[in-house]
Design a protein around this ligand. Structure first.
Ligand SMILES: [Zn+2]
Length: 386
């Protein structure tokens, strides 16, 4: 009970204070470390916040996290606020894993095909390509090929050159940037780019298809000029990733895993659905505003959509696909509200989840996302939220 009380009494006021500073996110720069410093500097807490902050002891944080997960990750068939497709619960995902482990590899494609409603748009489009290919691809005995790995390897041949081309263009942009730097910074950066280029050209390379590795390497390059550093980061972040690009997905899973072994069909089949399983997301990015570990700051989101959202400020994330995301957020909260009102989620203390989380979204978006029409969006004390 204490958690919901906290969210009603002061957490909203706090986010209002934080987000009334309208321009704070507009000043957001491309340099992640600069962003943190800037947010800390611009979003100063009110003086009396220090005492309230103690309410969130680490024990309470853990409790809030566990109970938040408990509620949200049990909700069935709610749409993802990022992409609008339905999310699988962990329990559903476990059932599918069991189903796959009891099946033959040539049955995997059929099994995962039952869950396309839950797949994110990327996974669904890859699935459709595999399905189409299997209709026209036959083994020497004249049977249709349905093995996922085999089909992916066939698709790789056409996707790999596209991906390599994109990566080379980005690396060449980095070269142009490097040429503007002082010699002490230019040489190490050009050397790093040279290594990356040779990796991109390798047919079986895995690292270039993993944007995280690319970002890690680039972030180690020392550049004093903040403008150039930001530019470099921006290029590095444009690298294709399997999280949001169809051809990068295909190249990644038709290649080697981190143990330098071929991805197995079973693991690939699971990957279609593990990225579409629900996870808890912090509305106010946890790493930036780490005092908002509270149910009022939680949404459920696809695993992979959550990875893409990462620590982005809410408004930045929203504006990447504003119209759709406002609709998806509304659908998400409406569905949660239905489940709670129909007592499918029975725990009383979660009754004001929708009211409290919609309030946070409303505050964070400064009213751009207006969820006042969500049915019965009320707090437990009967007052209308927002
Ligand atoms: Zn999603």
């Amino acid at each position: 009970m204490r958690i919901t009380n906290i969210s009603n009494t002061f957490n909203f006021n706090q986010s209002r204070i934080l987000y009334n500073k309208k321009n704070s996110y507009n000043n957001y720069t491309e340099n992640p470390s600069a962003k943190n410093i800037e947010l800390k500097d611009t979003l100063r807490y009110p003086i009396n916040f220090t005492s309230q902050k103690r309410i969130f002891s680490s024990a309470n944080k853990k409790l809030a996290e566990r109970e938040g997960n408990f509620l949200l990750l049990k909700m069935k068939d709610i749409p993802c606020p990022a992409c609008g497709k339905k999310m699988l619960t962990k329990a559903q995902f476990d059932e599918i894993s069991d189903e796959l482990s009891n099946a033959q590899p040539d049955e995997y494609l059929n099994i995962i095909g039952k869950y396309t409603d839950y797949m994110r748009p990327i996974e669904e489009s890859v699935y459709n390509e595999l399905r189409d290919l299997s209709e026209i691809t036959f083994d020497p005995d004249g049977n249709k090929i349905t093995d996922i790995r085999t089909l992916l390897v066939i698709l790789r041949n056409s996707k790999l050159p596209l991906l390599q081309d994109m990566q080379m263009k980005l690396l060449n942009k980095m070269v142009s940037l490097a040429r503007t730097l002082p010699i002490s910074e230019k040489i190490p950066l050009l050397n790093k780019i040279k290594v990356l280029k040779s990796e991109v050209r390798k047919k079986n390379a895995t690292a270039p298809f993993r944007r995280k590795i690319m970002l890690d390497r680039i972030s180690k390059v020392k550049i004093r000029n903040i403008h150039s550093y930001n530019k470099l980061q921006k290029i590095a972040r444009a690298f294709p990733t399997s999280l949001d690009m169809n051809s990068a997905w295909i190249v990644k899973y038709s290649g080697k895993n981190k143990y330098n072994e071929d991805w197995a069909s079973y693991d690939i089949a699971l990957r279609f659905l593990s990225s579409s399983t629900s996870n808890t997301d912090h509305i106010l990015a946890y790493s930036i505003e780490n005092n908002h570990d509270d149910i009022s700051n939680y949404m459920a989101m696809h695993n992979a959509c959550n990875s893409i959202k990462s620590n982005k400020p809410f408004l930045q994330w929203l504006y990447e696909d504003k119209e759709n995301r406002i609709k998806f957020l509304t659908d998400y909260f409406q569905k949660c509200s239905d489940l709670i009102n129909n007592k499918i989620i029975k725990k009383k203390k979660y009754k004001n989840y929708v009211a409290s989380a919609t309030q946070t979204v409303y505050n964070v978006s400064q009213g751009i996302v207006d969820l006042r029409n969500i049915a019965d969006c009320k707090n437990t004390d009967g007052t209308q939220a927002i």
